[in-house]
Design a protein around this ligand. Structure first.
Ligand SMILES: [Zn+2]
Length: 180
């Protein structure tokens, strides 16, 4: 089947729609892989299923809102290269970050985790990402935060994995209460 040779990775994955846990097995650092699988199992326990979106990228939706985006190997941050897994949140959570954090994010350690994982340009979300200026995230002022993916964390260590899960729960609760 010579035409196979002409297929791009995107075309191949579009047909196969590989599962995140299968591609994750290619993560070279086994600690990062094991942590990903713990995160993945946590999603599964909460009935959250990553759905293939693009090459090595999956979206996790809840009530048709993006609860998080997962990428493996092809990272979106600056200095992106083949080094594990990343979880990102799109601009939908702006209301959670700016106005309603007191309701959903009550743990100070979780706040620190989120502040530590704010995404600033330059980033590969799009070539000309200009950020979103002057946003108060949980009461602390930041400038030039990425407007596409304001929160993005990569390869959380085992001791920070709990906060990444708490964060997903906070977003899930925010979506549950979200009024159109
Ligand atoms: Zn950006």
């Amino acid at each position: 089947m010579p035409e196979l040779n002409h297929k791009t990775l995107w075309q191949i994955q579009k047909e196969l729609k590989p599962k995140a846990e299968v591609i994750a097995n290619e993560i070279k650092n086994r600690d990062d892989y094991n942590n990903f699988m713990k995160f993945f199992d946590f999603l599964k326990d909460n009935k959250l299923t990553p759905r293939w979106q693009s090459v090595n990228k999956w979206s996790v939706n809840y009530k048709s809102k993006l609860i998080c985006h997962i990428s493996i190997n092809l990272l979106m941050g600056s200095g992106a290269h083949d080094d594990g897994w990343r979880v990102s949140n799109n601009g939908f959570i702006k209301g959670l970050l700016v106005n309603e954090y007191d309701k959903y994010i009550i743990n100070d350690k979780l706040k620190e985790f989120i502040w530590d994982n704010i995404k600033f340009p330059p980033c590969s979300c799009k070539p000309d990402c200009k950020g979103m200026q002057d946003i108060a995230i949980m009461g602390r002022q930041f400038g030039n935060v990425c407007r596409c993916w304001p929160i993005s964390f990569k390869n959380p260590s085992e001791d920070r994995l709990a906060y990444s899960k708490d964060w997903i729960i906070a977003v899930k609760n925010f979506i549950t209460d979200f009024k159109h």
